[in-house]
Design a protein. Structure first.
Length: 284
């Protein structure tokens, strides 16, 4: 009875230890879930902050571009107004000179030379204006190309960083899952080895008891063979004693077997109750 109580206590402690291990694994899984949610929130916040910074940069660039366009328009207007003022002054001067020449009765040749020079000056001024416009447009096109190249390069770097972060997260998740599966397989293997060891120990005990009983029975049988020549009453008494001892041994073996069956049934009942409790806790 004391040995049976000790076995029951050991098995109960084993079941309680396994339940504690399951609770610890559940706490670890909850901690991992909370860490994963915190990591996701952190990544979402970083992505939102990067998006806000990008939008702010775009707005700043748009404002700079608008201010630059306004300045360019104002510069062109000022240049054209200066050209117009210069042309008007030149025209007024030419008109005054022409009137003076007409008043002084200048020759027609001088008037033709002056007109040719005036046409050349006008053409030169127009060519200068066109050259300035072409130079300004080329500068604007180069600046736009440089800005586009820098923008595409920054977008490419951001995509690379996003892919690297995603790959690192997938690799960490895969490593954690592999470690968890390895732990489960190791725990199951240990549990199976313990069960096999217990079964082997029980079979060895049964075999040892049976061998001891067989040796004692054969020893009794030899003693009975050597004492055949003894008187019939002594032989009957010895035979009755041997039969009574054999019957007692058989009853002991049967009682031991029934006790083992009862222990196995009780272990199975405890295991089923523990599994039901664990399953209910997981569902809860």
């Amino acid at each position: 009875r004391w040995f049976y109580d000790q076995k029951i206590l050991q098995k109960t402690f084993g079941e309680w230890k396994e339940w504690c291990t399951v609770c610890r694994e559940r706490k670890l899984s909850l901690t991992a879930d909370s860490h994963y949610r915190h990591l996701l929130h952190n990544l979402i916040f970083k992505a939102w902050r990067a998006y806000v910074c990008q939008q702010q940069g775009k707005r700043d660039k748009h404002y700079v571009a608008e201010s630059h366009a306004k300045k360019q328009k104002l510069l062109r207007t000022w240049q054209r107004w200066l050209v117009y003022v210069a042309v008007q002054r030149t025209k007024h001067g030419m008109q005054a000179v022409a009137l003076a020449f007409r008043e002084r009765n200048c020759l027609r040749l001088s008037w033709a030379v002056w007109r040719r020079r005036y046409y050349q000056n006008c053409m030169g001024h127009k060519m200068n204006v066109l050259a300035l416009q072409h130079w300004a447009q080329s500068l604007q096109f180069r600046a736009w190309l440089q800005w586009r190249e820098l923008y595409l390069y920054s977008q490419h770097d951001k995509q690379k960083e996003t892919r690297a972060v995603t790959h690192h997260q997938h690799w960490e998740l895969k490593r954690c899952m592999e470690a968890w599966l390895g732990y489960l397989n190791l725990h199951r293997a240990k549990k199976r080895q313990n069960e096999l060891a217990q079964e082997h120990h029980q079979s060895r005990i049964v075999q040892r008891c049976f061998s001891d009983w067989r040796l004692s029975w054969e020893c009794r049988r030899r003693m009975h063979a050597h004492q055949k020549d003894i008187e019939k009453l002594a032989a009957r008494i010895a035979l009755w004693r041997v039969f009574a001892h054999w019957k007692h041994v058989v009853l002991c073996v049967e009682e031991t077997r029934q006790r083992e069956l009862a222990e196995k049934h009780y272990e199975h009942h405890l295991l089923v109750r523990a599994l039901l409790c664990v399953r209910w806790k997981r569902l809860w």
